[in-house]
Design a binder for this molecule. Structure first.
Ligand code: ZN
Length: 312
């Protein structure tokens, strides 16, 4: 853990010493280094469903209807019967947003650490990496949305509930730094159960670190769009998720710090209907617009177009 923070400080000192020419070269290097996305980690076009998948059904957690898996996939995991937005993997999300073949993952890797020697933590992470094709709880890269380049981060609820530990905090911070250097807008899709309990207090420190990165990016005039998806809670909601210039949310998403049950128990009162849901937050000014998953690309594309500096 100490080595990570040590490395980070070294990296920042290096960055400060760069001359404008060297800084320009660094941006070019970052773009050159963007990893080609391929093999198991790809966000290439979705494969045809297997025979087994074709016959499979999944139960909607909203209306309990049994929907064939291929239809759910086609519908980006939005129930065709009741419109409930079910969890979608980070890779599918990226595919649904970016122009085909344009997304390249950032090559930033954070070495695994287990600061509390939490039992079986490393095995758990290795298994999830193999299963999800993600190296941690967030997928970050540069891609194009209707021809406009942007840095895109998507948190994966399939990876330990998108909980924020050292690696997620580092990757988000790095993404903001890269967007700043490359003068790109940044779009972050949040989905998180909160802090990574296996990393204790170091998880909470990621809130300050990511918030500082957002602030620096913002001071330099960068555009930050955040899209809150179900659920966005805990340390993520209390840091970068809520610091965007424009905050979008998916219908019905649970957004808050502590869960409703915990709050009710603490204050000894019943909470209002729909409390902590995206619609409630939109009415109360925390969310700018609720956007259906099927329209997300179009809405983000319009925002990017409006803020495209080259076109002014
Ligand atoms: Zn449904």
């Amino acid at each position: 853990m100490i080595s990570i923070f040590g490395k980070r400080r070294e990296k920042e000192t290096e960055a400060k010493d760069l001359s404008p020419e060297a800084a320009g070269k660094e941006v070019a290097d970052i773009l050159d280094e963007l990893e080609e996305v391929g093999e198991a980690q790809d966000v290439e076009p979705e494969e045809e469903p297997t025979e087994e998948e074709k016959g499979a059904v999944m139960t909607c957690s909203g209306c309990k209807a049994e929907i064939p898996v291929p239809i759910m996939r086609q519908n980006l995991y939005v129930c065709p019967k009741c419109g409930k937005h079910l969890p979608v993997s980070a890779q599918r999300r990226v595919r649904s947003l970016t122009d085909p073949g344009t997304f390249r993952k950032l090559k930033y890797r954070v070495p695994f650490v287990n600061p509390l020697d939490y039992p079986e933590y490393e095995e758990k992470i290795s298994k999830l990496q193999a299963k999800t094709g993600l190296d941690e709880g967030v997928l970050a890269g540069i891609g194009e949305i209707d021809g406009r380049r942007a840095l895109i981060c998507v948190m994966g609820s399939e990876f330990l509930m998108g909980s924020m530990g050292i690696a997620v905090g580092e990757k988000i911070t790095n993404a903001f730094e890269v967007a700043d250097k490359c003068k790109l807008p940044i779009i972050v899709f949040t989905a998180s159960g909160g802090a990574r309990m296996q990393e204790g207090i170091l998880s909470l420190m990621q809130m300050a670190k990511t918030s500082a990165a957002v602030e620096k990016f913002s001071e330099h005039g960068g555009l930050y769009i955040s899209c809150l998806t179900h659920p966005t809670t805990g340390g993520v909601s209390a840091s970068f998720a809520m610091l965007a210039d424009i905050t979008l949310a998916e219908p019905g998403a649970l957004i808050g710090f502590a869960g409703p049950r915990v709050i009710e128990q603490t204050i000894g009162q019943t909470l209002p209907e729909g409390f902590q849901r995206a619609e409630y937050l939109e009415q109360h000014g925390y969310v700018d617009q609720i956007v259906e998953r099927s329209e997300m690309k179009q809405v983000i594309s319009q925002i990017l177009k409006l803020h495209d500096r080259k076109r002014r």
